[in-house]
Design a protein around this ligand. Structure first.
Ligand code: GDP
Length: 479
């Protein structure tokens, strides 16, 4: 074990008591000083949507380790972050628009709505709520698959005239998998065919039982179109938020998640971020996913330029070297040098991973790739001791006739196989055949790092036979 209960609680920004409770539910009795094994740590962390790597797996490029442990005493209440989910056409977009408009009545007009992937409203009592602007569970889940959990509360919109539909069930499962509390919004109550009882009945099958029926799920009846029930819904969101005790420490360097990002012609890389902890400031050195920079300009969801943004605030920033991806984590660093170092390290690692992913052609798995339709051309680079034999071999290879694949000789030459042959092969996904020649030392090294298949022969018919067999899936395994 590497952490005890108190240390884990600190890392997760939770109280030791809460962790002890979680452990109890998981069947582990522990006190505050109990050491936990890696599996238990991972399990508990994952309950909070945090991926905890085992000590030896942590690398310098891992962003999360740079988030300093939280001091429980410094935590303050923060606004809830809400996602709206439900079946298509049940009114998610209408609801999002309708809620956004309530801000106007709250006297915060003045800005022009700016779509930055999320927006924040202030209720009449002065409480803030943040809504993610992309309805549906696709975005929710793709973020989660990248280890990011931004949603505190899910609103499940169900049209009262349509009831529970396939995507309603999907949404429920996604919210449950993420351990996110659900509020049911029974929408389209203005319609004549509205049948809220049926919705309630159908949802009992998914363990969403309304309080009226003795359960503990909050149901709100509404008409997103007419703006009815919005205030009730907002009130219920705040109620659930209170129960969840959502907290963050505004007085520290910020971290959070990318909501969306794009390349803007004029402004360069533009990223919408949700600050989840700390306060983000203009000028902050920042690592975002595999990119980095300094926060150059920051605007809020009303298009207003702001200088700082606290927990649960969505902002749009410029100043990054590249475009990050939705679901990427961001962390602010104390100084630009470190941010640059970590950012470059992460870029480097990403490049290496990509290189590894893009699986190179090799004779070993050629047949598999042909079968799966991944390959239609076998690209070959041919080097021989003299140009004449290179051309003779090329002519013979071109005659091989196997259905579903075509041979392309993209380069022939005389002399040893060089590094530049390997680079060319790598870039064009080719294999290299050497006839009476060998790779020099640099080529050998390059072939290894670039993962290029190099085949050496001294007899023409053997070279042809090998390619033929590989194309037919009859190659003997190499020892
Ligand atoms: P989404 O696919 O879940 O985002 O659904 P939309 O918000 O696009 O709504 C689908 C359709 O239902 C649109 O024509 C809306 O005008 C309509 N709609 C949404 N909410 C209500 C409502 O409360 N009452 C009625 N009568 N229609 C609604």
């Amino acid at each position: 074990g590497t952490l005890n209960v108190t240390e884990l609680a600190e890392k997760l920004g939770k109280s030791p008591n809460e962790i002890i409770k979680k452990l109890m539910f998981a069947g582990v009795m522990a006190n505050k000083n109990q050491d936990l094994d890696d599996d238990t740590i991972e399990l508990i962390a994952s309950e909070y949507g945090v991926t905890m790597k085992k000590e030896e797996e942590v690398e310098k490029s891992d962003l999360l380790q740079y988030i300093e442990a939280e001091d429980e005493k410094k935590l303050k209440e923060r606004p809830p972050v809400v996602t709206i989910m439900g079946h298509v056409d049940h009114g998610k977009t209408t609801l999002l628009d309708s809620i956004r408009n309530t801000r106007v009545t709250a006297g915060e007009a003045g800005g022009i709505t700016q779509h930055i992937g999320a927006y924040q409203i202030r209720t009449e009592e002065g409480k803030k709520i943040t809504f993610l602007d992309t309805p549906g569970h696709a975005a929710f889940t793709s973020m989660r698959s990248r280890g990011a959990q931004v949603t505190d509360i899910a609103i499940l919109v169900v049209a009262a005239d349509d009831g529970v539909m396939p995507q309603t069930v999907e949404a429920i499962n996604h919210a449950k998998a993420a351990n996110v509390p659900i509020i049911v919004a029974v929408n389209k109550m203005d319609k004549e065919a509205a049948n809220p009882d049926r919705v309630m009945q159908e949802l009992t099958e998914y363990e969403l039982v309304s309080e009226d029926w003795g359960g503990d799920t909050i149901f709100v009846s509404m008409s997103a179109l007419k703006g009815e029930g919005i205030d009730d819904l907002l009130e219920m969101i705040l109620l659930v938020a209170e129960v969840e005790e959502l907290k963050a420490n505004p007085n520290r360097r910020a971290d959070g998640t990318v909501i969306e990002a794009e390349l803007d012609k004029g402004r360069g890389s533009v990223a919408s971020l949700l600050v989840q902890n700390g306060t983000l400031r203009v000028g902050d050195p920042i690592v975002v996913g595999n990119t980095f920079g300094r926060v150059r300009a920051m605007v809020n969801d009303l298009g207003k330029r702001i200088k700082k943004a606290g927990p649960s605030t969505p902002v749009e920033i410029t100043g990054l070297s590249h475009v990050p991806q939705a679901g990427d984590r961001f962390v602010v660093f104390e100084d630009e040098k470190t941010a640059r170092q970590i950012g470059e390290l992460r870029q480097q690692k990403q490049l290496e991973e990509r290189r590894g992913e893009q699986s190179k052609v090799s004779l070993e798995d050629l047949f598999e790739k042909i079968k799966q339709g991944d390959i239609k051309d076998l690209n070959i680079i041919l080097k021989a001791d003299v140009q004449g034999s290179a051309e003779a071999l090329a002519a013979s290879l071109m005659k091989i006739d196997v259905e579903g694949v075509k041979i392309n000789i993209i380069h022939t030459g005389a002399g040893a196989i060089t590094e530049s042959d390997i680079i060319l092969a790598s870039a064009s996904n080719a294999i290299v055949i050497g006839f009476n020649v060998r790779p020099d030392n640099n080529a050998k090294k390059a072939a290894e790092t670039e993962n290029v298949d190099v085949r050496l022969h001294r007899i023409i018919y053997k070279a042809i036979e090998e390619i033929e067999q590989a194309m037919q899936g009859m190659l003997d395994p190499e020892f």
